[in-house]
Design a protein around this ligand. Structure first.
Ligand code: NAX
Length: 332
């Protein structure tokens, strides 16, 4: 059996609880890959991971390799092929006597975490490692982490697959088709309510979803806000943020990167802009992507964007630029 090392931060969090068994079950990395899992937590929480490891052993998957818990990011990411940065500080927590409510405070606190994590990954993870940032604000955390990693041969991305799955589900329900008929979904921009889950270029059985649904008012005024605010709707309904669906999206992203993309289709994740679609270079931006399955992921070019799309993409670009400005000192 092939063996790989996978590091996960936030190992004791709620997303990780849904994610970890699926990383070592053969589902994510294949039936013939043994997965050595390194769970990384803050020192106050790391002991809890002993219980998590007991449960992972009790799952009894034959693909389970070594299981380790640590509060030392350096130990956790050494020789990792995949690093899943799920851990972060949630909004509402009290840090040094101050309740963290503002997005700008959240940006700075979590940005601070990603500087050290980026440095450790750049030096110690494999040179061809893939790094997926889930912890919010995910795009800007990825920008900080990649900058600090100072290792251009590693591949960083941040997650928009949950948004893409939410968008596909809504289009499928409206068109009364199976979700597998909905393809080519792009979530342009930020993983935040400014995202643009593109209904014009998404396809239902090969035809533009907007054409199939034939109800522009629904697409622009119902579908769009529904997908953009789905995270909050889940929190309101369940009293906790999306976890099972977020874990599922992590697995979708890993599989999309590790395997060749199906002919004619693409998938969604945020990667550093190379200037495509006039997005400022370096910003972590949700794009349509294709993977060779052998380590290279490219941005799909020449997708037509109408004025509505361009106006939405402008809003999310401006938000990402302002996030970047708020953490500028962490990027130096
Ligand atoms: P939880 O609060 O349940 O778990 C987070 C865990 O991270 C905690 O156990 C905490 O101790 C740990 N942690 C904090 N700082 C750490 C550090 N420096 N090193 C290692 N571990 C650390 O949150 P959960 O529901 O699991 O969500 C995790 C993150 O995913 C949050 O930031 C959340 O906002 C984000 N999400 C991102 C999504 C996306 O699509 N990009 C969707 C789902 C989710 O909202």
């Amino acid at each position: 059996m092939k063996e790989i090392n996978v590091a996960v931060t936030g190992g004791a969090g709620q997303i990780a609880y849904s994610l970890l068994p699926r990383l070592i079950s053969g589902e994510t990395f294949g039936e013939n890959t043994k997965v050595n899992l390194r769970l990384i937590e803050i020192p106050q929480v790391v002991e809890k991971l002993e219980g998590t490891i007991m449960e992972l052993i009790d799952c009894g998957f034959k693909q389970t390799g070594s299981l380790m818990a640590t509060a030392d990011i350096r130990e956790g990411v050494t020789d990792a092929e995949w690093v899943l940065l799920v851990g972060s500080i949630p909004r509402g927590i009290v840090v040094e006597g101050k309740k963290i409510e503002e997005r700008s405070d959240l940006l700075r606190i979590n940005g601070g975490i990603f500087t050290g994590q980026g440095e450790a990954i750049g030096k110690l993870a494999k040179n061809d490692a893939n790094i997926l940032v889930v912890g919010n604000p995910a795009n800007t955390n990825a920008l900080i982490g990649k900058t600090k990693s100072n290792n251009p041969s590693q591949n960083w991305c941040s997650m928009t697959a949950l948004d893409a799955n939410r968008a596909k589900a809504q289009l499928a329900a409206k068109a009364e088709v199976d979700i597998s008929s909905v393809t080519n979904m792009t979530v342009w921009g930020n993983h935040s309510p400014t995202m643009y889950p593109d209904p014009y270029n998404a396809r239902i059985n090969g035809i533009s979803a907007v054409e199939v649904i034939n109800d522009i008012d629904w697409v622009e005024n119902v579908y769009l806000p529904l997908v953009q605010h789905r995270g909050k709707a889940v929190i309101d309904a369940r009293g906790a943020s999306s976890a099972a669906s977020a874990a599922n999206a992590v697995i979708d992203t890993v599989k999309s990167i590790d395997n060749p993309t199906e002919e004619g289709n693409w998938f969604s994740a945020a990667v550093p802009s190379d200037g495509s679609y006039d997005i400022p270079e370096g910003l972590f931006f949700g794009f349509p992507l294709r993977s060779s399955g052998t380590g290279s992921v490219e941005i799909v070019q020449n997708i037509e964007l109408n004025d509505f799309a361009k106006s939405k993409i402008k809003i999310t670009t401006e938000e990402l630029l302002s996030e970047k400005e708020a953490v500028q000192d962490l990027l130096e």
